[in-house]
Design a protein around this ligand. Structure first.
Ligand code: BDP
Length: 716
């Protein structure tokens, strides 16, 4: 058989389960599975006909979605109608005449993405109006109404007004042009190096676009921040254009991560100095080429002078010079520059202080279409970090939070960590920049400092796996990121509940059981990996599994766990107090003082800010050593609890996803024990104190754990 034919057969077989109706997770939370009759009957009365006022592609996408969804949810498709009657759903923009007829006095919407959903009186009954200032609002409102129906909510008397918290709500894909995904654990890139034709991939891309639109994600960076200059060659830009065209009706703009050395590497110039006229001209020409193909191209994301990436400092220039040069190039096209603040140098004594030190001097000096993209914590995407002190401190520069949806440091796609709780912890954290109530959310959404340009980004966990995320339950993080980017005041519980009902079932006991597991999941991971403010204890390169002992003579100190945990006979933890690196000074009062004093420092960040003796007494009366050991054990108990709770749910959902998830929970428990034993036994070599007698004995011994090699199979 020819290779091409063989691949076609293989592909057909892969999709066979979908054809015979097996649950693969491919439809994400847009499954629209048939609602129980008790719910469907009521909804049918509210959805007898559909009135669509225009032909624009976005409005048509909304109309197509609602018809398809209702057919599936209710078993009936609303008839298309020109006139509004009892039971109509009306999709209109606020300037359409129909809206003025339905709402005396008309509608005022302040934002192009805002929408209302209203129950309005019509002759002999009532109708549902979904209206936006633009058709984008209609699309978002449509997904909102569908979500309510999937959740079994009452839709008989609606009065909903929504607008997004952030203007740009972006996924960042760390996808390489060769098809691999940096820190991706769900298969290869959905965008790059594909064998299938674009036509063949269209359905998958449409699902991607619909899923994003359903939660309000309105932009996507298609390639890795460690960017290949080649992404800007004409062939690759053609692919970018194809994606942009397909995503446009769903209000998703495309962006690219660019390599700062592109003018030299791709353009053949002898420099990439941002102040060089030829370099600037190269970027101007490139931008012109891009915008000719993609008039609404979003802009550039730049990782410069970080982890070996080129940047303006290679030419004696600054972040300000580099970012503003690109901003000037993109300005005439309305593009933005997202300039990352993820920087750290081996020479610095505390990596956690670097981004602040390096970026604060430029506050107020960036062009108005530059936004500085800051990871949520000062080091990296650890299971728990305090928020980056740049939030609140850089007041004259728009900042955006970068979260990581992919679980690089939290068990890849093998463990469940529902991250809404972690993101809420960061967004709700009070920076005290302008006194109490200066949360990270408010410091970035424009409400505190009045910045016009607002954004938020999440590093995607998406790959070619049939269920997109490698673990069915981790789809929830993609969903949750979008929901919080739209409205950071939603609760983690609400988001989890919505997602569970849409993705699995409305069975209340299933929903409450899984919701509880999800709500506890991130804290469980923190407990068995890095409790009490510990961080960076994982294998230094793959970032999977515990290796707190790693010592490599040739490696940079700040790559290695020992730099961070500093365990010794005298105790454990990184002293960032005023007696140590003084990283606490980067926070506003009263946080600074609170963190500085071990007695007032929150226990869950204690070893982030302090180096303390093993017998240090905590408020609970426990010694530090005992408390730490208990935390590790508690994490394992949580993982066991998840496994047991999940097992109880058998029969409540399809067997395919049930089994796949059951397997993941089993693996998670094994790995939780691996983490616990490795960390407890290793730290015990310094503490020389016993594991409290009432706790079970470790399953592994330290030498065995040290010789255990990371198994690449875990990756996908
Ligand atoms: C680190 C990742 C690395 C990324 C880097 C970044 O390990 O793969 O390139 O962050 O965000 O956490 O630039």
């Amino acid at each position: 058989m020819k290779y091409g034919r063989l691949m076609a057969v293989v592909a057909a077989l892969m999709f066979l389960p979908m054809l015979v109706g097996a649950e693969t997770g491919a439809d994400l939370w847009l499954r629209y599975s048939k609602l129980p009759e008790s719910m469907a009957t009521g909804y049918r009365k509210e959805a007898k006909s559909l009135v669509v006022t225009g032909n624009d592609a976005t409005q048509q996408a909304a109309a197509g979605e609602i018809r398809m969804a209702l057919r599936s949810l209710l078993g009936t498709t609303p008839t298309l109608s020109k006139g509004v009657a009892d039971g109509s759903i009306v999709l209109a923009t606020s300037s359409d005449k129909i809206v003025k007829d339905l709402i005396p006095g008309g509608l005022e919407l302040s934002d192009d993405e805002a929408y209302v959903i209203r129950t309005v009186s019509v002759k002999k009954g009532k109708a549902i109006l979904i209206a936006g200032r633009t058709t984008t609002g209609i699309l978002y409102g449509t997904f909102d109404l569908l979500r309510r129906m999937q959740n079994g909510e009452d839709i008989s008397n609606l009065d909903i007004n929504e607008q997004p918290a952030y203007k740009l709500r972006l996924l960042n894909h760390w996808d390489n042009l060769n098809g691999t995904v940096e820190r991706g654990y769900a298969g290869h890139s959905i965008f790059w190096n594909r064998e299938e034709s674009f036509e063949q991939l269209k359905d998958q891309y449409l699902t991607y676009a619909r899923a994003n639109a359903s939660v309000g994600i309105n932009g996507t960076v298609l390639n890795n921040v460690n960017a290949s200059p080649e992404v800007l060659n004409t062939e690759n830009l053609e692919r970018v254009k194809q994606l942009a065209d397909l995503f446009r009706p769903y209000n998703i703009k495309v962006y690219l991560a660019v390599n700062f050395a592109s003018p030299a590497v791709l353009g053949g110039l002898d420099t990439a100095d941002p102040l060089d006229e030829n370099v600037q001209q190269w970027w101007r020409d490139k931008a012109a080429e891009i915008y000719k193909m993609i008039p609404d191209f979003g802009g550039f994301l730049v990782k410069a002078n970080s982890e070996g990436q080129p940047g303006p400092m290679d030419f004696g220039r600054t972040h300000q010079d580099g970012a503003n040069m690109l901003a000037g190039v993109l300005k005439p096209h309305n593009g933005v520059v997202m300039w990352r603040a993820f920087v750290y140098e081996p020479t610095n004594s505390d990596r956690a202080m670097q981004a602040y030190n390096e970026f604060m001097p430029f506050d107020g000096k960036f062009a108005d279409n530059v936004i500085v993209q800051v990871k949520n914590g000062p080091v990296d995407f650890q299971p728990r970090e305090p928020f980056s002190p740049l939030f609140g401190a850089m007041q004259k520069t728009p900042l955006m939070v970068e979260f990581q949806i992919t679980l690089e440091y939290l068990g890849h796609s093998n463990q469940l960590a529902y991250l809404a709780t972690m993101w809420k912890e960061v967004l709700d954290a009070d920076t005290w920049a302008l006194g109490a109530g200066s949360s990270v959310a408010r410091a970035t959404d424009g409400s505190l400092f009045g910045n016009e340009l607002t954004a938020i980004a999440g590093v995607a966990n998406i790959g070619r796996d049939i269920n997109w995320c490698g673990h069915d339950l981790l789809q929830s993080n993609w969903y949750a990121f979008g929901r919080l980017a739209w409205n950071h005041q939603l609760s983690s519980e609400q988001i989890a509940e919505e997602w569970i009902r849409m993705t699995f079932t409305n069975d209340d006991s299933f929903v409450s059981t899984l919701e509880e597991v999800m709500m506890r999941s991130r804290e469980a991971v923190v407990s068995y990996m890095t409790p009490m403010g510990l961080h960076h204890l994982m294998g230094w390169d793959h970032h999977y599994g515990p290796e707190p002992w790693t010592d490599l003579s040739w490696a940079r100190a700040d790559w290695l766990p020992r730099y961070y945990h500093r365990a010794g006979e005298d105790g454990i933890g990184f002293d960032r107090s005023s007696k140590g690196s003084n990283a606490v000074s980067q926070y506003f009062s009263p946080l600074r003082e609170m963190y500085d004093n071990p007695a007032t420092c929150p226990e869950n960040l204690l070893l982030w800010f302090h180096h303390l003796p093993w017998d240090y007494r905590l408020a609970s009366g426990k010694t530090l050593w005992d408390a730490l050991v208990y935390k590790y054990y508690e994490g394992v108990e949580q993982a066991r609890f998840f496994q047991k709770e999940w097992d109880k749910l058998e029969g409540k959902i399809d067997q395919e996803r049930f089994e796949a998830i059951r397997y993941k929970f089993k693996q998670q428990t094994k790995e939780a024990i691996w983490w616990r034993d490795a960390c407890v036994l290793y730290f015990q070599t310094f503490s020389k104190r016993p594991i409290p007698a009432e706790l079970e004995r470790p399953v592994h011994d330290l030498d065995e754990l040290k010789s255990l090699k990371f198994d690449l199979k875990h990756h996908n």
